[in-house]
Design a protein around this ligand. Structure first.
Ligand code: G3P
Length: 218
């Protein structure tokens, strides 16, 4: 499973990119608005850092508007993937854009059937929102698992991005459920890397090494 960062903050992306674990980035209008920067400028800058797919969301709700936005943003960088909402006008846009070679990530997916429709329309990526489903008392990860099984049975090329990830356990569960990608907020990635036993173990190793006379010859 690949890891994407779910953020529009360039500093966060730069930091995690140095770890060599980052395969892409997803943004949404909320995340971009939070940065208070020009949309094109921030997406182009993220593309230069990451070297993998970067999702930029269309905000039109009609097919023509989505097509126009998608064609424009796909010119910004070859790694731009256009995020299209899971509505009928969105499916129509996806089926046209994918034929033009513009990759789409169908977003705001909350059911297996919605994900299936996105795949039938030819989407390169589909994003089930795990955390927001969990918030309603449903098991969000079940959608990821069902889509993974269905895509395997029928040989769909659509890649599943487990989105709306809220904590490190979601990431493990997404990997076990067969997600191709988990898009993870910065604060969750930071939680994934740490463990108190790692810190304690390292402290002990270094203290023991310091007290060992042979350490001086290094
Ligand atoms: O970018 C889509 C998704 O990851 C949003 O997550 O936490 O706002 O539900 P959240």
């Amino acid at each position: 499973m690949e890891l994407y960062l779910d953020t529009a903050n360039v500093e966060e992306i730069k930091e995690i990119a140095t770890w060599g674990v980052l395969s892409g980035v997803t943004t949404n209008p909320t995340l971009v608005a939070r940065e208070g920067r020009d949309f094109e400028e921030v997406i182009a800058e993220i593309c230069d850092i990451v070297g993998g797919p970067v999702s930029a969301e269309a905000v039109s709700t009609d097919t023509e508007g989505m097509l126009e936005e998608a064609r424009r943003s796909s010119e910004w960088h070859r790694n731009v993937v256009v995020k299209i909402p899971m509505i009928p006008a969105g499916l129509a846009a996806v089926s046209i854009l994918e034929k033009e070679g513009i990759r789409c990530n169908v977003t705001l997916v909350f059911s297996t059937n919605q994900g299936l429709l996105a795949a039938e329309a030819g989407a390169s990526f589909v994003s089930p929102f795990v955390g927001r489903l969990d918030d309603t008392g449903k098991d969000g990860m079940q959608v990821v698992a069902e889509l993974s099984e269905i895509f395997d049975i029928y040989g769909f090329d659509t890649r599943i991005i487990a989105a709306s990830i809220r904590h490190p356990t979601h990431v493990t569960e997404a990997a076990l459920a067969g997600a191709d990608i988990a898009t993870v907020p910065y604060k969750v990635v930071k939680k994934m890397v740490g463990h108190p036993l790692t810190d304690r173990g390292l402290e002990r190793f270094l203290a023991d090494w310091e007290g060992f006379s042979g350490s001086k010859s290094r």
